[in-house]
Design a protein. Structure first.
Length: 614
C-alpha cells in the first residue's frame, strides 16, 4: 500500500461534526491510485459475502419480524431501502395489550441499572496475577485509570446506547455496539438495529465478523467520509445542494479479520486493501454501486465492536432471547384482549333482531332514540341477539391475568420488582431478605457471565487502547509493565452476594463484641485476638460498596501510626524526667552511714574512698 499504516489508524468519521462539514468544498479532485485495482477485487468480495450472510440470517430475520411485531416494532427494519417515505407510519397495530412491552422495559431497565449503572461503581481494574504484590505507585495508577475510565464513559453516549442494547438483547437476543474513537467524546458507540446487521463467528465461536447496511443522506455521507472520499454520484448531488442533500443512499459496512483475498477466483495472487499488521479491517461503500474507491477503509489492532447475546447455541452467531419464550403467550394475550373488547362491545352495543314489519323502518339502539314497533300478541318487536353473562367476562379476564403473569416471569419482572410485588409472609430479617434476592437473581447468572465475557472484557480492552492512544492515561509505572490487567464487575448478582456477606459479617461482629465483653469480665483471653480487625474493616467496606477514596491507604495508615507513636513517646518524656528527679531526691535523703547518703555513694563520692567510682 502506498500510504503508511499510521494513516489508516484514524478515519474521517471520527472527527465528523458541523464544523468539519462546513469546511468541505463543493467538489474535490478525484483521488486515483493503486486503490482502484484492489477495490475492484474487494468490492466483489464484500458484496458476495454480504449476500451470503443475508441468506444465513434469513430464518433469524423472519423470527425477529414476529418478535418486533408483538414486542418492540420500533427497533426493527424489515428491508433497508433508501428514500422510504413511510417510516413514520404506525407500526404497532398488533399490540393491543401493552403488558409484554412494559415487561420488556422493566427487564431491560433492570439489567441496565444492575450491570452498567451510571449512578454507582460497576467495574474495577485489578491485576490478573493475584500472587504479585503491587507497590503503592502501581495501586495509585490503577485507581487513577479507573476514575478516568468512569469519566470517559459518563461524557460519551455509552450509557444511552447500553440502555438500548439491553432492550435489544431482551427482545432479539443480540446487540452489536460499535465503539469508535471520537474527537469530541473520546469514544462514541453506534448500535445497529435488528435487520441492519449480519454476524459471523470464528473458530473459537466468538463473533469476529460484522456486516451491516443502513441509509444515509448525501449531507450525512459528506459529513461522515468527506468529499474527497465520495464517488461521483454523491459529489454531484452535494454540488447541486438544496433538496439533493436529503437524497438517501444505502451504505454497506464490513468489519472482519484482515485475511488475504484472491485477486482472481481460485488464483494465487493476493490483494490487500489494509496492511497486514492490522488484525481487523473495516470498509464502507455504497451498496451495489461499483465505484473507483470505497468510502472509507481502515485497520484495527483490536476488534472495534462487541456483541452482547442472551444465550448461544453451537456456532450460531445470533443469540436466543427470553422474548422468544414469551412470544406464544404474547400472541395469546393480544388475541384474548381483542376478544374481550368484542365481548364488552357486544354487551354495550349488541347485534339486534327485529320483526319483518320493521324492515325499512327507522330503528336505533342509541340513547334517546325511539323505535316504533307492533307488540300485538305479546311478541317482541326489537330484541338483542347477544346477551352477555358476567361469568364469561370474569373467565376471560382471569385467563388474561394468568397469561400476563407467565410473560412477566419469562422476562424476570418478579426478579426486578421483587420488593414492590412481594406477597405472603414478609422476610423476618435482613439476612432472609438478601437470601431471597440472591435466590431470584441466580436465574440471571448465565446471561450475566456471558455478557461480562463476550461484551465487557473486549469493550474495556478497546476503551483502554483508545485512552492510551489519546494520552488520557498517566504513564504506566515500571511495577505494572508486563503484568496483565483484568476487570472486576459488580453486577446485580454480585451485589446480592455482597449483601449476604455483609449481613453475615455484621452478625459476626455483633457476636464477637458480646464475646469480647464477656471474656474481659471473666478475666479470660479476649477472643477478638484471632480477628484481623484492619482486614475485616476493609473487607466490610468492600462488600458494602463504601467509597474507597474515603479509606486511608496502607501507607497512610502506617504514617499515621508512626506519628501517633512519636506523640505518645514525647508525651511520656516529661513524666520520665519528673520520675528521675523524684528518685534523686529520695536517694539524697537516704542515709547510708558515715554522713553519706545513697546518691553520693552511687556517684562515687563520700569520705570512705570505697565508692563505686574507684
Amino acid at each position: 500500500m502506498a500510504e503508511s499504516a499510521r494513516a489508516l489508524e484514524s478515519a474521517h468519521y471520527e472527527e465528523m461534526s458541523a464544523s468539519l462539514l462546513s469546511q468541505q468544498p463543493l467538489s474535490a479532485p478525484d483521488k486515483v491510485d493503486k486503490m482502484e485495482s484492489a477495490w475492484s477485487t474487494f468490492f466483489l468480495h464484500c458484496e458476495a459475502r454480504l449476500g451470503m450472510l443475508r441468506n444465513w440470517r434469513y430464518s433469524w430475520w423472519a423470527h425477529w419480524a414476529r418478535l418486533a411485531e408483538y414486542f418492540l416494532p420500533r427497533r426493527y427494519h424489515w428491508l433497508v431501502v433508501a428514500n422510504r417515505m413511510s417510516r413514520g407510519n404506525p407500526i404497532n397495530d398488533s399490540i393491543i395489550d401493552c403488558t409484554p412491552t412494559l415487561a420488556v422495559n422493566i427487564c431491560a431497565s433492570g439489567l441496565w441499572t444492575g450491570m452498567t449503572s451510571p449512578s454507582r461503581p460497576w467495574f474495577a481494574f485489578e491485576i490478573a496475577l493475584p500472587w504479585v504484590e503491587l507497590d503503592n505507585e502501581g495501586k495509585s495508577w490503577i485507581e487513577d485509570t479507573q476514575k478516568r475510565a468512569y469519566q470517559v464513559l459518563s461524557q460519551s453516549n455509552f450509557y444511552q446506547v447500553m440502555a438500548q442494547a439491553f432492550q435489544d438483547v431482551v427482545v432479539f437476543g443480540t446487540a452489536p455496539p460499535i465503539v469508535y474513537e471520537d474527537y469530541e467524546d473520546i469514544i462514541r458507540l453506534y448500535l445497529p438495529c435488528a435487520g441492519e446487521y449480519y454476524l459471523a463467528a470464528g473458530g473459537r465461536l466468538d463473533i469476529t465478523d460484522l456486516y451491516r447496511e443502513f441509509t444515509l443522506t448525501v449531507k450525512e455521507i459528506i459529513d461522515m467520509f468527506g468529499v474527497a472520499n465520495c464517488p461521483q454520484q454523491v459529489k454531484k448531488l452535494w454540488a447541486q445542494g438544496g433538496a439533493s442533500l436529503d437524497n438517501e443512499f444505502v451504505v454497506a459496512h464490513c468489519i472482519e479479520p484482515n485475511f488475504a483475498v484472491s485477486k482472481f477466483q481460485g488464483g494465487d495472487e493476493e490483494v490487500s486493501i489494509v496492511p497486514g499488521i492490522f488484525a481487523y479491517r473495516e470498509i464502507y461503500w455504497l451498496k451495489g454501486i461499483k465505484t473507483a474507491q470505497p468510502l472509507s477503509r481502515r485497520g484495527f489492532h483490536k476488534k472495534p465492536f462487541m456483541v452482547a447475546r442472551w444465550s448461544t447455541v453451537s456456532n450460531d452467531p445470533y443469540g436466543r432471547s427470553p422474548c422468544m419464550d414469551a412470544l406464544g403467550d404474547n400472541k395469546q394475550i393480544q388475541l384474548e384482549t381483542r376478544r374481550k373488547a368484542e365481548f364488552i362491545d357486544k354487551g354495550v352495543r349488541p347485534p339486534m333482531g327485529a320483526n319483518v314489519e320493521l324492515k325499512n323502518e327507522p330503528s336505533s339502539i342509541i340513547s334517546g332514540m325511539i323505535t316504533y314497533m307492533s307488540t300485538e300478541g305479546g311478541k317482541k318487536g326489537f330484541w338483542p341477539l347477544f346477551e352477555p353473562q358476567a361469568q364469561w367476562l370474569a373467565g376471560i379476564t382471569s385467563d388474561i391475568d394468568k397469561v400476563s403473569a407467565r410473560i412477566e416471569r419469562c422476562l424476570y419482572v418478579d426478579v426486578f420488582m421483587a420488593i414492590t410485588r412481594m406477597q405472603g409472609v414478609q422476610p423476618r430479617n435482613e439476612l432472609e431478605l438478601t437470601k431471597r434476592d440472591l435466590e431470584r437473581l441466580q436465574q440471571l447468572g448465565p446471561f450475566i457471565t456471558l455478557f461480562e465475557n463476550e461484551f465487557g472484557n473486549p469493550f474495556f480492552e478497546r476503551l483502554l487502547d483508545i485512552m492510551m492512544r489519546r494520552k488520557i492515561l498517566k504513564p504506566m509505572p515500571d511495577s505494572l509493565k508486563g503484568i496483565p490487567l483484568k476487570v472486576k464487575y459488580t453486577s446485580i448478582m454480585r451485589l446480592a452476594q455482597q449483601s449476604a456477606e455483609a449481613v453475615g459479617m455484621k452478625d459476626f461482629f455483633g457476636t464477637m463484641g458480646g464475646l469480647s465483653s464477656a471474656a474481659k469480665a471473666a478475666g479470660v483471653p479476649d477472643p477478638l485476638r484471632i480477628v484481623d480487625l484492619d482486614k475485616s474493616a476493609r473487607r466490610f467496606s468492600e462488600v458494602t460498596n463504601f467509597p474507597i477514596d474515603c479509606l486511608f491507604t496502607d501507607r497512610e495508615v502506617m504514617q499515621h501510626d508512626k506519628i501517633r507513636q512519636q506523640a505518645q513517646q514525647e508525651a511520656q518524656i516529661p513524666g520520665q524526667a519528673m520520675a528521675a528527679v523524684s528518685a534523686a531526691k529520695t536517694l539524697s535523703d537516704t542515709n547510708v552511714g558515715d554522713s553519706n547518703n545513697a546518691l553520693s555513694q552511687l556517684l562515687g563520692g563520700g569520705g570512705g574512698g570505697g565508692g563505686l567510682g574507684t
